[in-house]
Design a protein around this ligand. Structure first.
Ligand code: UDX
Length: 439
């Protein structure tokens, strides 16, 4: 059993802290946002993540997990402090490190015993050294004794929607440090997970995180580019991806063509990596193309709808799904929102439904009529767009949908429906990269 503090109760912090507690450690999660901590203490989770509420409750009841806003309390006698705060995009695409800085300063102010500072936030390469500097300088300026601490980088690879299972069953754990024994101590925390642990230097670990996210985003943009070609060449990208994925060197995952990647990580991290590259005099041409393809993928929906409906002015378009992916209420950089704004700019009237994301989205799309079911969205619609592949959209009553729609036009932005069946049912069906008759 180790005594751990996790700073930040966003996706990464809340899930990591809870999972460490579930593995038997004594964990305190800290956040400076009082309202957030108050709610968590009442059992109200700040995010929708399957299984999280239950796991938090179990570990709080077992006395292994507490939530607080009090740094002094959170850092008392802890051996390891994990920094898992947000690193949003700054004006130039760079990662904004203000929350990492305040966490480092708080550690410097509150801790007077040996400690290992573990960075879990996605931070620019070199941040581990920067954190070391901040702590050392702060101790000097506040007149304190030098602090005995080591910094370890431990990037997080969990996905929203499957965060707990990703956290408990990682493909690998990456640890980077200038001090190998510190990294080894953190490795021991992960022993119960029985996964490969890689120990490397600080900057390499930080780079692994960016390179991994950028590579996955590249894979998606690649298949989206292939999808656009498939539409012109009469091939089916779903089959193309299957055929490619059977090659072990390529692998089947992250080859689903669709509306492009969104969420809280890929857009921010690819931008930040490209920004770092430019700052250091290299030309991130591939990353620029990956981002451009992603932007275009949203625009193509507008183009398809404009053609199918003969203009968009005063046409009613129903959007199925608002969250950036299923099983989350996260709407950050969600394709649906961008598509809605583009459609509204062309005069379309929008109705939408999402099983979890509507509440978060509503202030960003004030003119949209939010509905209670997909069938309500379909009522009077000139077209339906699948923007998020929630399971409940996969088996709809298509007779009913067609009956209530004004025109049976569907844009299946996530390729969840079978093109031939949809054509047979009388829909004017457009998937993404599904051959010449269906785009
Ligand atoms: C991602 C990384 O997977 C994770 O390792 C990292 O820690 C955080 O960022 P997440 O943003 O939760 O996780 O979602 P992910 O499942 O990776 O999907 C990202 C985006 O890519 C979503 O918008 C999704 O719809 C899109 N996507 C994913 C595709 O368009 N096609 C695919 O084949 C896979």
């Amino acid at each position: 059993m180790s005594k751990i503090c996790v700073v930040g109760t966003g996706y990464v912090g809340l899930v990591t802290g809870t999972c460490f507690a579930d593995l038997g450690n004594d964990v305190t999660c800290l956040d400076i946002n009082e309202e957030r901590i108050e709610k968590i203490n009442k059992g109200i989770m700040p995010i929708y993540e399957p299984g999280l509420e239950q796991l938090v409750e179990t570990n709080v009841s077992a006395g292994r997990l507490i939530f607080t806003t009090d740094y002094a309390l959170a850092l008392t006698n802890v051996e390891y402090v994990f920094i898992a705060v947000g690193t949003p995009s700054g004006d130039e695409g760079e990662a904004d490190l203000q929350f990492v800085r305040s966490a480092a300063e708080a550690i410097s102010d509150q801790v007077n015993h040996p400690i290992i500072v573990v960075n879990k936030s996605t931070v620019p390469v070199g941040t581990g050294d920067w954190v070391t500097d901040i702590i050392n300088k702060r101790r000097k300026t506040t007149g304190g004794e030098p602090l005995d601490f080591k910094v370890v980088s431990n990037p997080e690879f969990l996905r929203e929607g499957s965060a707990i299972s990703d956290c408990m069953n990682p493909d690998r754990v990456v640890l980077g440090s200038t001090d190998r024994s510190a990294a080894q101590k953190i490795a021991e925390l992960y022993t119960p997970l029985r996964c490969p642990v890689m120990i490397t230097d600080l900057r390499t670990a930080e780079m692994i995180k960016y390179a991994s996210n950028a590579f996955l985003a590249t894979k998606i943009s690649f298949i989206n580019e292939m999808a656009n070609m498939c539409e012109e060449l009469g091939a089916d990208v779903v089959e193309v991806a299957r055929g490619m994925g059977l090659d072990n060197r390529i692998g089947p995952s992250f080859l689903d063509a669709g509306l492009g990647w969104g969420g809280s990580c890929f857009p921010k991290d690819v931008k930040a990596l490209a920004h770092m590259a430019v700052l250091h005099g290299t030309h991130p041409q591939l990353l620029q193309a990956v981002m451009e393809i992603n932007r275009n993928q949203r625009r193509r929906v507008i183009y398809k709808l404009r053609n199918a409906l003969n203009g968009l002015n005063e046409k009613t378009v129903g959007i199925l799904g608002l969250s950036f992916k299923p099983n989350t209420d996260d709407i950050r950089d969600a394709p649906a929102l961008e598509i809605i704004h583009m459609l509204e700019n062309e005069g379309a009237i929008i109705k939408a439904y999402d099983p979890q994301g509507a509440e978060n989205a509503k202030t960003m799309i004030p003119r949209v009529t939010l509905c209670e079911t997909p069938y309500k969205v379909a009522e009077g619609a000139d077209a339906l767009v699948v923007a998020t592949e929630w399971n409940e959209f996969k088996q709809l009553d298509f007779e009913r949908i067609k009956e209530v729609m004004n025109q049976p036009v569907v844009i299946d932005g996530r390729n969840i429906w079978d093109p031939e069946q949809m054509l047979e049912k009388g829909f004017n069906y457009f998937g993404v990269g599904r051959g010449s008759n269906t785009h």
